[in-house]
Design a protein around this ligand. Structure first.
Ligand code: AR6
Length: 210
């Protein structure tokens, strides 16, 4: 049964600008970022630890599989919280290849929509291919959300669970792709939120964000 723990709306999710101002945030000066710090971007990017199914935003991004018919991890949590109508709509989409994205309604979720993207299963023999596909997941999700009128969007850590993508490498791809997209200036997206769930992800984002 879906938990009744409190939902969080945009006002309850700190932006990077707010986190950097607050004493509690461990700001690691990143030597891994090619991007200069930007106050404008820091006001449009949020970071929160918790359950993505509790976020009352325009859309949340699901780490799905090619069938789009649900599974474990965040995918299972989203389907459980959204209820059976989500699966009915997903079935009509006929699957989704890795690196692409599809959008559905959110049904019983607090979020209005779900963007489903299929991350790569991390391939230690070909990390470049895995990176290309993960980058594509973020880009395609951002574009699809943006063209669908979504103004606030939250990402789970695509591929960083059972698909085995190392969290720090994945956080770098996520941060770079979102930064490039928001820098383009054609985006109507007002807020992009990174949702961390486990400690390893919290550490990975703390290291990556400029
Ligand atoms: N809220 C936010 N993040 C979560 C939540 C949650 N409720 N639950 C898990 N995570 P995973 P993948 C984080 O395994 O690696 C599914 O079975 C988790 O800590 O859900 O892309 C699909 O059907 C991790 O960082 O997705 C596919 O078959 C991140 O979500 C396969 O798993 C992604 O972990 C996809 O694997």
């Amino acid at each position: 049964m879906a938990s009744t723990a409190a939902t969080r709306s945009l006002a309850d999710i700190p932006t990077l600008a707010q986190l950097y101002r607050s004493a509690g945030h461990r700001h690691v000066s990143s030597s891994t970022s090619d991007f200069p710090p930007s106050a404008a971007i820091n006001a449009r990017v949020g970071l929160v630890r918790g359950d993505i199914t509790k976020l009352r935003l325009d859309a949340i991004v699901n780490a799905a599989n090619k069938s789009l018919c649900g599974g474990g991890g965040v995918d299972g949590a989203i389907h459980r919280a959204a209820g059976p109508d989500l699966l009915t709509e997903c079935r009509q989409l006929g699957g989704c290849p890795a690196g692409e994205a599809r959008i559905t309604r959110g049904y019983r979720l607090p979020a209005k929509h779900v963007v489903h993207t299929v991350g790569p299963i991390y391939d230690h023999a070909d990390p470049q291919r895995s990176e290309r596909l993960l980058r594509s997941c973020y880009e395609e999700s951002l574009k699809l959300a943006d063209t669908s009128g979504v103004k606030s969007l939250a990402f789970s850590g695509i591929s960083t669970g059972v698909y085995g993508y190392p969290s720090t490498d994945a956080a770098q791809v996520a941060c770079e792709t979102v930064r490039k997209y928001l820098d383009r200036d054609i985006s109507a997206l007002e807020r992009v939120v990174f949702v961390t769930f486990e400690q390893k992800e919290v550490d990975a984002y703390a290291e990556m964000l400029p």
